[in-house]
Design a protein around this ligand. Structure first.
Ligand code: NAD
Ligand SMILES: O=CCc1c[nH]cn1
Length: 489
């Protein structure tokens, strides 16, 4: 594999607290590995309790003044940060590629740019976050939208910059401070987001980054100085974090995993449906929470769908992720590759037919070719569990009712998609699918203007759009009596 030049990925220190980089060598060492080669490209230390204390103390100290800052000034800082992030898009995208292994072709358009969209959007609406006036005859009431206080953000490894910005932007717009822990697998880009926010004029202490794995995440979740926890991660972690946060009645947002269905009807445009399934299964090497990994194809189209999908999969350009011609990169880690390989073996043992892909490439790094399986049935493990890798399952269905019932027969409910030329059917089917984020004749679009999140085990709360404001603020009600108080005695 031809290798392009790689910049030095080492951060100035592990953590970013109170506007500056902070190191504490006493914390456990975390190696940052470039997934394309398996090389260690940086090392950070997990946060010690002393680091966690510093982060919460600086967040607590800064939050009250930030909440009292006129919202349009808060918005201006976020808008400026969005602009800087866009100006640094290439630099940020290269770092994101080195952190995650995702092709630069993708990170240039879907990571820092999506983070900038969030900062811009919430910067824009900050000044409009008002309460309401409630007439009550002579008396009246009003509401005040107040921040929650200090919010903890905990991220997954697939979209480090995007996840940090999707949480920080609404939190900061509402007047909160944030202590953010990126995934231990991808700790680099969030530090740059913190730097950029300071450069944009965010007062020190309002966005702090601490590194570490589950133990640090657990300490942040239970800390009495945290008012809210927003997690992006798997369902098992979500269960733990949600219940730990409940002990002290903290607010939560849970952005968790999925096993989302995509229904392709006989009348669908074949190229669009295949294209949607490629986006919904192989973008980011299949490591996207919303992926439509159960592709239900109606009987009359299934054979042609599988044939065309296999043809288009042969056009995947697999190679150096920093080469902009590459459109399919490695998996994020050796562990993730092993998980996916285990699922591939189970799939074949359970009788699914591997049409193409799923082979390990003989090179350093974590390379698996995108895999297409046909003849998948609902009871197979690959149709029930989230794999989080480039594995597409094709399941055949006969009619609309059957397709919907089988699509809904899962504990997850993050996303769902429908491909059909019949507009009535498209809306009817979407109306009956139990999922939070849906697509018609498209898949995996995530514009900041559209609420994003899941139902059932896929989570609670919403990110992005005006919906996110509900999850980073609380309403105070004030009753105003205009006349005398009449008491019984
Ligand atoms: N719904 C969404 O928006 C969304 C987006 C991206 C990824 N995901 C999901 O994330 C998963 C993949 O990411 P992952 O492997 O990093 O997930 P993960 O659940 O293993 O880890 C997520 C984060 O939680 C932390 N963590 C682990 N144990 C913890 C604990 N006990 N307390 C507090 N924090 C803890 C980790 O250190 C990491 O930062 C997939 O299931 C995917 O679907 C969901
Ligand atoms: O991985 C989940 C978040 C996401 C979905 N599409 C883009 N980002």
């Amino acid at each position: 594999m031809r290798q392009t030049n790689r910049p030095d990925a080492r951060p100035r220190a592990s953590h970013f607290i109170d506007g500056v980089y902070v190191e504490d060598d006493a914390g456990e060492t975390i190696d940052v590995i470039y997934p394309a080669t398996g090389e260690v490209i940086a090392t950070v230390h997990a946060a010690t309790q002393a680091v966690i204390d510093r982060a919460f103390e600086s967040a607590r100290a800064a939050q009250a003044a930030w909440a009292a800052t006129p919202p349009r000034e808060r918005g201006r800082v976020l808008t400026r940060a969005a602009q800087i992030l866009r100006e640094r898009n290439r630099e940020m995208s290269i770092l994101e590629t080195m952190d995650t292994g995702k092709p630069l072709q993708e990170t240039l358009v879907a990571d820092a740019t999506s983070g900038a969209d969030a900062l811009e959007y919430f910067g824009g609406i900050a000044a409009g976050l008002t309460g309401e006036h409630i007439p009550l005859g002579e008396d009246w009431a009003y509401t005040i939208r107040e921040p929650l206080g200090v919010c903890v953000g905990i991220g997954a490894w697939n979209y480090p910059t995007q996840i940090a910005c999707w949480k920080a932007a609404p939190a900061l717009a509402c007047g909160n401070a944030m202590v953010f822990k990126p995934s231990e697998t991808t700790p680099l880009c969030t530090l740059k987001v913190a730097e950029i926010l300071i450069e944009a004029g965010l007062p020190a202490g309002l966005f702090n980054v601490v590194q570490g794995a589950g133990a640090v995440g657990g300490a942040l979740t239970t800390d009495p100085r945290a008012d809210k926890v927003s997690l992006t991660g798997s369902v098992p972690t979500g269960r733990k974090v949600y219940s730990a946060a409940a002990e002290s009645m903290k607010h939560v947002t849970m952005e968790l995993g999925g096993k989302s269905p995509m229904l392709v009807f006989d009348d669908a445009d074949l190229e669009d449906a295949v294209g949607g399934a490629i986006l919904g299964n192989f973008y980011s090497s299949g490591q996207i929470c919303t992926n439509g990994t159960r592709v239900f194809v109606q009987k009359g189209l299934r054979a042609r769908f599988v044939e065309r999908m296999a043809e288009r999969m042969r056009d995947a350009v697999i190679g150096d992720p920093l080469d902009e011609a590459t459109n399919f990169g490695p998996l994020v880690s050796a562990r993730q590759m092993e998980i996916v390989e285990r699922y591939l073996k189970i799939a074949e043992d359970e009788g699914a037919r591997r049409v193409v892909g799923g082979e390990r490439l003989d090179r350093p790094g974590y390379w698996l070719t995108p895999a297409l399986f046909d003849g998948v049935t609902d009871d197979m493990t690959m149709a029930r569990e989230e794999i989080f890798g480039p594995v597409l399952s094709v399941l055949e269905f006969d009619d609309e009712d059957e397709g919907i019932a089988r699509a809904n027969a899962t504990e997850f409910g993050l996303s769902a998609g429908v491909f059909t030329r019949d507009i009535g059917r498209a809306h009817r089917v979407i109306g009956r699918l139990r999922a939070g984020t849906c697509f018609i004749n498209s898949y995996n679009d995530a514009p900041v203007e559209m609420p994003f999140g899941g139902v059932k085990m896929s989570g609670i709360g919403r990110e992005n759009a005006k919906a996110a404001i509900e999850h980073y603020s609380q309403v105070k009600s004030v009753y105003v009596r205009m006349g005398r108080v009449e008491a019984p005695f």
